[in-house]
Design a protein around this ligand. Structure first.
Ligand SMILES: CSC[C@@H](O)[C@@H](O)C(=O)COP(=O)(O)O
Length: 369
């Protein structure tokens, strides 16, 4: 299946069902930007491991991969116990992105009404539908967010500088992405724009993945160290910040890659609009206080102490960058309170970051609220 996003001019998607009808192929994101390699996933263990070690990452893509993982599990043990065990295994792979739990609940809910012998086919088809819906949501996010960039370009009559953090592009979803979808939409509409790409230590998703994506599309961009954003904003070099989200509360608090909160603080201080772009599957309607309630994944300290990269001679090396013996901490996400968020760009339009703002776009949630 062809995607809209491109690598070397070739349309590509991050996850594609294989012709054998029992597996999927994914891009191994641990190898980017220096090597483009695919992995085939066909078992529960492979899907859970791919999510855990971040062969696939980004909230929407984690959700789709988990849905396929549940399908694979149904080939191995289609009993109710097998289903419960598979849900638990996949849910534990990464705790913060709520799209994972959302996708598991959707597929598992469907399977509980389904006879065991039909469960694999049913789950595989449902995972495919979740992937297609994600593409449609991201495309719509692109249209709504692209208009924000176009409005700024009209208003300011010059090139628009967008700052983004981590990778919330098509590599983090199935196609298009969330935070980068508006960038792609505006760029394809001929808007003159440039993207400041936060490097995003410790795993460098900005330097490795966002830069790789933008390069693939010819979108003008510059990679900056994580600490540069505040300075750029103070000097009028940023017109708008757009980030993704791993979980957004019913009140509009935005959980995203560690460091996002600091950018939102700098944006507020300098009057730069700060948006989060996310599909409905990223909204956790059960939570009202993101700082207190969202579980923050703590990852291996080795991501902080070591870095891997390409040597000048073309070889690869992992090197230690922290003083030996120093303890490290590695919280992977932080929460930006709704009061610092100018708006939430969703597939239904741009919402104010508040309970009322979200309910205005998702009125069907009013009864539950
Ligand atoms: C469209 S993806 C939104 C988020 O998932 C993204 O901004 C992010 O924080 C990804 O974190 P990662 O740890 O790389 O999975």
């Amino acid at each position: 299946m062809l995607g809209r996003m491109k690598i070397d001019g070739r349309p590509t998607r991050t996850i594609v069902p294989d012709a054998d009808g029992i597996s999927v192929r994914v891009i191994d994101q641990t190898r980017l930007p220096f090597a483009l390699e695919e992995r085939r996933l066909s078992t529960l263990a492979e899907a859970a491991e791919a999510i855990r070690i971040m062969i696939v990452r980004g909230a929407p893509l984690i959700g789709v991969t988990a849905a396929y993982g549940l399908a694979f599990a149904m080939r191995e043990d289609a009993s109710n116990d097998g289903l419960d065990r598979a849900v638990a295994t996949l849910a534990a792979a990464r705790p913060t992105a709520v799209n994972l739990r959302w996708a598991l609940d959707r597929v598992a809910g469907n399977l509980r009404q389904t006879a065991s012998r039909e469960r694999f086919e049913r789950a595989f088809a449902e995972a495919g539908r979740i992937a297609e819906e994600d593409v449609a949501s991201c495309h719509a996010i692109g249209s709504h967010g692209g208009r924000l960039i176009a409005d700024l370009a009209r208003e300011r009559g010059r090139r628009i500088n967008v700052l983004t953090h981590c990778n919330a592009g098509w590599l983090a979803a199935v196609d298009w992405g969330t935070a980068l979808a508006p960038v792609y939409a505006a760029y394809e509409d001929g808007i003159d724009l440039h993207v400041w790409v936060d490097e995003t230590r410790p795993r460098s998703q900005g330097a490795a993945l966002t830069a790789f994506e933008l390069n693939g599309h010819g979108v003008p961009h510059t990679v900056v160290a994580d600490n540069a954003g505040g300075h750029l904003m103070q000097h009028g070099e940023v017109d708008i910040c757009i980030v993704g989200s791993d979980r957004t509360t019913a009140t509009g608090d935005v959980c995203n890659k560690i460091g996002t909160y600091l950018k939102a603080l700098a944006a507020r201080d300098t009057g730069v609009p700060f948006y989060a772009a996310l599909p409905f599957s990223t909204i956790d309607w059960s939570l009202r206080d993101g700082v207190a309630e969202i579980p923050i994944e703590e990852r291996d300290g080795r991501e902080v102490t070591h870095m891997t990269g390409r040597l000048d001679d073309g070889g690869f090396a992992t090197v230690q960058v922290v003083s030996p013996g120093s303890p490290v901490a590695n919280p992977a996400f932080d929460v930006t309170p709704a009061r610092l968020v100018t708006g939430l760009i969703t597939e239904r339009g741009v919402a104010e970051a508040s309970a009322e703002g979200l309910l205005a776009l998702y009125p069907e949630r009013r009864a539950a609220a």
